[in-house]
Write a protein that binds this ligand. Structure first.
Ligand code: FE2
Ligand code: FE2
Length: 277
């Protein structure tokens, strides 16, 4: 599909973590990233053109756009066609896949979560929170809707309880600013959800529960590290997190998806999203 406006190449490359990070991406990953970037940039241009200054769409305007989509907004990244109109060919997973294999072969490019976890590491957060940051959005390969709950479910059998808590509830907390702890409502959400968006009742009730919970800071710190802009000079890698994964992720020896646990089917779906039934 032709791109309807000029891409700012520098901004695009910066958004992916810099030229070195782009060099490590395969063709399909670059195509996917480009599509995501153009979608965001187009949204921003449209909103800017509407009022001169930066304006944001309303909930009704976004709902109107849904009718023109070919996929639901909540569909997982692995199930969406790239900008050439076809889905990407997936590399085969090893017979006993580890979390690291999933990062390399199914969650890539994982710049957003790597950058979140890198910030948590640099600012001296606990290993449970660093792990929560590393895992907080990767379930979006499978499904985006209610990704906090889906993500927590995917990881619950394998990670510390506080990490699960952080993953599950970051989804609700990101709608509620907490400036004392360094979290502001991001402009990206005005663009993504609509400027007049009101979180649904289950999100409001969850926020009320979590803000009075003794573990409030677990999901709150995930939102604090949930960066929506990329540092153009940052080079992110999974390497600094291998030891933390080793200490806290209970990797089943038979491989994720083969472990007959309560969520093994979710891992199998990630292994083979091309299975027809
Ligand atoms: Fe998230
Ligand atoms: Fe995130």
């Amino acid at each position: 599909m032709p791109v309807p406006f000029d891409i700012d190449r520098r901004a695009f490359i910066a958004s992916l973590g810099g030229a070195a990070a782009v060099a490590l991406m395969d063709h399909e990953a670059r195509a996917e990233a480009l599509e995501e970037h153009t979608e965001h940039t187009l949204d921003a241009l449209v909103t800017q053109n509407q009022g001169g200054a930066q304006t944001f769409p309303t909930v009704a305007e976004l709902e109107e756009q849904n009718a023109k989509r070919t996929t639901r907004r909540g569909v997982g990244n692995l199930f969406v066609a790239g900008n050439n109109g076809t889905i990407r060919r997936l590399e085969k997973m090893p017979a006993q896949p580890t979390l690291v294999d999933f990062f390399k072969l199914r969650f890539n490019p994982a710049n957003h979560v790597l950058q979140s976890a890198t910030r948590a590491l640099k600012t001296g957060m606990t290993e449970e929170i660093i792990l929560a940051c590393l895992l907080h959005d990767v379930v979006q390969a499978l499904v985006k809707t209610d990704h906090g709950w889906w993500g927590a479910q995917l990881f619950e059998p394998y990670v510390p309880e506080k990490t699960t808590f952080g993953i599950r509830y970051h989804q609700a907390l990101r709608f509620y600013p907490d400036e004392a702890n360094g979290y502001e409502y991001p402009d990206l959400y005005k663009r993504t959800f609509g400027v007049d968006y009101v979180p649904p009742p289950h999100i409001q009730a969850t926020y009320e529960m979590v803000r009075n919970h003794k573990w409030y800071m677990e999901p709150r710190l995930v939102t604090v590290n949930d960066l929506y802009a990329f540092d153009p000079n940052a080079l992110v890698s999974l390497d600094p997190f291998i030891d933390i994964i080793g200490r806290h992720f209970r990797q089943p020896k038979e491989g994720l998806g083969n472990d007959s646990g309560p969520v093994a089917h979710m891992w199998r779906t990630l292994i083979n999203p091309d299975a027809p039934l």
